[in-house]
Design a protein around this ligand. Structure first.
Ligand SMILES: Nc1ncnc2c1ncn2[C@@H]1O[C@H](COP(=O)(O)OP(=O)(O)OP(=O)(O)O)[C@@H](O)[C@H]1O
Length: 235
């Protein structure tokens, strides 16, 4: 019988925020990921571009453990995501990965601060720590903590709140799926500047999925997903 838990990763593997090896995933009979390899490093930004429907978001779903690949390996800090059970996945997602979506996906019933604090509480931070950290992050990202609802925020403030939420646990891996897709050009630049400053400032690995050429130009490594293959565009 195969073992139910993977052995603890060694120090070298724990230092790698994300490693994909020979990852294969098929959706509706289409092989979206065909033996995909990827390795990220702390302090760097990796951008993944590719045609619409090529499977970029699906790749992120595999990293988050929301989609189960056909074959291959997804390791976050050396931990094999494809072998984790539900509870382990939820813990890993809350603690080790920050995620920013195209339109923030904040809860409109909560204030911006509460949205950020909630992510901390769900990841196991105590209430005082989560509150203190949320306020500090929002101040650093220049979002007023007086806003009563996320619906009163500008597009930029909304996305910066989503970034603060993603950073509440100081995760080593930050994933972003078209994070500036819904923003006007000026706000786009501000949020892009912020996102691409994070790997160096916070010693994390950033992986951005985007169609946006300006965002792609900012990546330390730029890859294109096409026909299931992840090809290197630069460097
Ligand atoms: N759960 C699912 N069930 C059925 N089809 C799916 C599912 N998830 C994704 N797909 C299909 O898989 C393909 C890849 O989708 P995905 O969203 O990953 O592409 P993408 O490269 O991110 O596209 P875009 O750039 O337009 O956002 C699409 O054809 C999509 O319809």
């Amino acid at each position: 019988m195969p073992p139910t838990t993977a052995p603890a990763p060694d120090t070298t593997e724990r230092a790698v925020p994300l490693r994909l090896a020979q990852l294969c995933h098929t959706v509706g009979g289409r092989r979206l990921l065909d033996r995909v390899d990827l390795e990220t490093e702390r302090g760097t930004a990796t951008v993944i571009t590719g045609p619409s429907g090529s499977g970029k978001s699906t790749l992120l779903s595999c990293v988050l453990g929301l989609s189960t690949p056909d074959a291959g390996s997804v390791r976050v800090l050396g931990n094999e995501v494809t072998r984790m059970r539900r509870r382990g996945l939820a813990t890993m997602r809350g603690r080790d990965i920050g995620m920013v979506f195209q339109s923030g996906e904040l809860l409109p019933e909560l204030t911006p601060t509460e949205n950020v604090v909630l992510a901390g509480l769900l990841a196991g931070l105590d209430a005082d720590h989560a509150n203190e950290r949320a306020r500090r992050l929002l101040a650093e990202l220049e979002v007023a903590t007086t806003a009563e609802s996320t619906t009163s925020l500008s597009g930029g403030e909304y996305q910066r709140t989503a970034v603060a939420r993603a950073l509440i646990t100081d995760p080593p891996l930050l994933l972003a799926d078209e994070p500036t897709g819904a923003l006007d050009p000026d706000t786009h630049d501000t949020v892009a500047d912020l996102l691409f400053s994070l790997p160096q400032q916070r010693d994390c690995a950033l992986v951005v999925v985007t169609h946006d050429r300006d965002m792609a130009a900012r990546g330390d490594t730029v890859l294109r997903l096409r026909g299931g293959q992840l090809e290197r565009v630069s460097p």
